[in-house]
Design a protein around this ligand. Sequence first.
Ligand code: FE2
Length: 395
Amino acid sequence: MSPAALTPEPTFQVLPLIKRKDQKFSFGAIVEGLDLNNISDGDVKRLKETIWTHKVIVVKNQRDLKPEKHWELVTRFDPEASQVHSHGDLKTFQQKGGVLSKARDVYGIPGAENVRLIGKGYQGDDHYGLKNLTVKGLSNDFHADPPDETEFAEGITRFQRWHIDAPLYARDPAWFTTLRAVKLPTGPDVTIRWDDGSGLSMTSPPGLTAFFSTSQLYEMLSPEEQRLADHSWVEYAPHPYMWIENCKAPSTGLGLKSQGKEHTIEELGDYDERDIKRYPFVWVNPITGEKAFQVHGLAARKLFLRSSASEQPKVIDDVVAIRSFLHDIQPRVLRPEYIWLPEVEEGDVVMWDNYGTFHTAVDYPLELYGPRTMHQANVGASRGPVGPVPIPATC
Ligand SMILES: [Fe+2]
């Protein structure tokens, strides 16, 4: 009997999404009937499989989830992982987090420090022990050319920064991220504009997270491009988010503008060569076997391109050329029909697969919609991504 057959049937329900006709994204499900404060080992295993399978899920009605139980669940997803948030402890994150820690304030919940408060505005007199806290929160500062202030005040906004939750140095990317909506802003839908000349836009309730599937992106590649992707790999910069801390995004929030603002490697200070991450372009889903084109363009320092295992790779180590290569591929999936912004309610937890999706926050005007409070947790994975073809151990 296989180990899978020994796992009891889940006690929770996985409901398919009811999509509008114009929605063509190929992921997402709703989970009901769980109490994450009290979840069996069998249900943890099934929930994990549900995330790998559906990539982004909304676990309903976890209003009373205790932060320590939230963290415990994350560690139960990957018990062999070292028990720290994928971006390290708060001190390390603030020192080396670069663009990530600069962009917003991040606070650990007292007693469950690895559960991070992410939000915007006033968090109340006493939020799980954090007293009278006002959080600057996300902004559109990352954009080289931010949205017009008057329009933004009326709810016209952008995707903030498309990314995966991945340190890309020292620790492997978290398999999953969990994000519980504690308090959500309220008001009319915001309008998210591409502002790249395409005329594309979409609307959404304020304060949500947007996702696209990089498996769906992989399916959009030609057979030749897929062959290239299957055999190629990327090397990330040491302390990659420090490296790009002065860089800015194009108006879509996907990738970086090349303005010569990267630090030199010397400016990054000490780093350990063994901690530099080299990953295949394509990451294979451990449950479904789907392939995802999962290259984090922000942090890529070298691309190694080849279309077969026997070929000598062509090395691209110029950031302008790296971004141009990725810009030919990644925006194919950056269209309203392929993007899902799960409409969570307070108490819901979104859980996503960082190995098959990209996501981004969407900023909104605080004055119009009010504060936002989220609890986020993930753990650096015990095993990193696996490609369809092994890449050389060193290069
Ligand atoms: Fe994120």
